[in-house]
Write a protein that binds this ligand. Sequence first.
Ligand SMILES: Nc1ncnc2c1ncn2[C@@H]1O[C@H](COP(=O)(O)OP(=O)(O)OP(=O)(O)O)[C@@H](O)[C@H]1O
Ligand SMILES: [Mg+2]
Length: 501
Amino acid sequence: MTPVLSMRGVRKSFSGVAVLKGVDFALERGEVHALLGGNGAGKSTLMKILEGVYTLDEGTIEIDGEPVALSTPQDARRHGIAMIFQEFSLIPTLTVAQNIYLTRERRAAGLLDDAADVKRAAALLADIGVDIDPRRPVRRLSTAGWQLVEIAKALSQDARILIMDEPTASLAHSEVDALFRIIERLKQQGMTIVYITHRLEEVMAVADRVTVLRDGERVGTQPTSELDMDALIALIVGRAVERGAAEPGRSIDRSGTPLLSVRGLNVGDRVRDVDLDLHAGEVLGLAGLMGSGRSELARAIFGIDKATSGTIAVRGEDVRIRRPADAIANGIVLVPEDRRTQGLVLAHSVRDNLTLTMLRRLSRHGLLDEGALQGVTESEVDRLHIKTGSLRAPVRRLSGGNQQKVVLSKWLATKPDVLILDEPTAGVDIATKTEIAGLVRELAAAGKGVIVISSELAELLAMADRVLVLRDGAVERTLDRSELGSEPELHRLVQAPAGVA
Ligand SMILES: Nc1ncnc2c1ncn2[C@@H]1O[C@H](COP(=O)(O)OP(=O)(O)OP(=O)(O)O)[C@@H](O)[C@H]1O
Ligand SMILES: [Mg+2]
């Protein structure tokens, strides 16, 4: 059978640095093909070539056995290729229908025929089994909603090949299930799907075949049925990796004054009466569904969202936190979930982003200590293996996962006492996930307190000494290390309301 798509010997360099070194990649009609590899391996670049965003330096592309040139996004669209980017492309103030048919609106007597677009958007959404009102402004939708509208938009362009670049990086478990059902449906309709992710259990669940890239080279293409998790990891990393086995229980001394105490914290109705104690040396996990108030709780402690009532104490002393600067002054930092928009100045260099939070500490008599700046930057880049051509390269040029690592390093470098990490491993590769988990344990061993929010429950189990399960803004359960069972058990507790589980 002729593949729907075949790329051969694809090479691409940026400023003389080879990013793709002769990659072959082929898709069979109606398959879900996972494209895998570490941060900076070249996945997004390969797909941006298909989408006509980048032009290849060398190599050929065939669609249905015919050579094609994909020099612009229009070319790609004409050939039925659509991509859902790591960054969303929708316009928040427009409605779902307007976004789907932007620049291709129906007209009646020269005027925009909104009603016609709403009607065909409704049919399209129904077709993929999505229940969203096409008249709703996109800004009112959840992240998952945005994702689904992006998919509908791609389908409205008669796509035959749909590329999803980390579609689930910010989705909760139940939403991932919904996405998988849609993927299954699209597949049955003959759609071919490229699926990029770092969540390997998703690969096992959804992909028919995998292709793995490592440092710009293809290391293998295999049916998923011939692989198990360990084989997959070895293929990606190039060696066997110890996976986050739960550590034996460490005993935390909870007799003293906690590092951080929160009492009766409310933020409107999104956080309700939360009490929480974090001791030195402790890793506290926050589990819950999307919308359960995990991020809102973190944002309130850090002073981004205003608490409507409640108290926060650091080492037993009440503190007033009205803005992030107050939190930082009290040794509390938050590494936000949406790092690309909240944590980075994309046009600035890796070095400037890393040292932004330390300028005062690294200055002497108002002058920057250049040597110290350089030293700190180098050691941070080393510690998390941030892959960048130079410390002066703009962060925008780094791969998605490496951008994430820059934000994490930037806050670690401030040497806080209390560290709140919101989805710290979203978008980072399997090797780095293990490193980040190790780092969290190290920070705790050094006497810090760490609060970790994660949708990946296996990760919470590997890191946390205690887990709070939140539902509807309130703490529903507190589970001690000894009560923390297996991942499916925790998953069940997170999904089902108390009394039902
Ligand atoms: N426009 C650009 N200019 C310079 N270098 C770039 C550019 N785009 C990508 N790169 C480099 O190419 C390499 C591959 O990046 P790419 O985004 O394809 O990685 P990726 O496999 O998608 O990684 P991730 O899993 O982190 O998203 C990286 O080292 C990145 O810094
Ligand atoms: Mg990428």
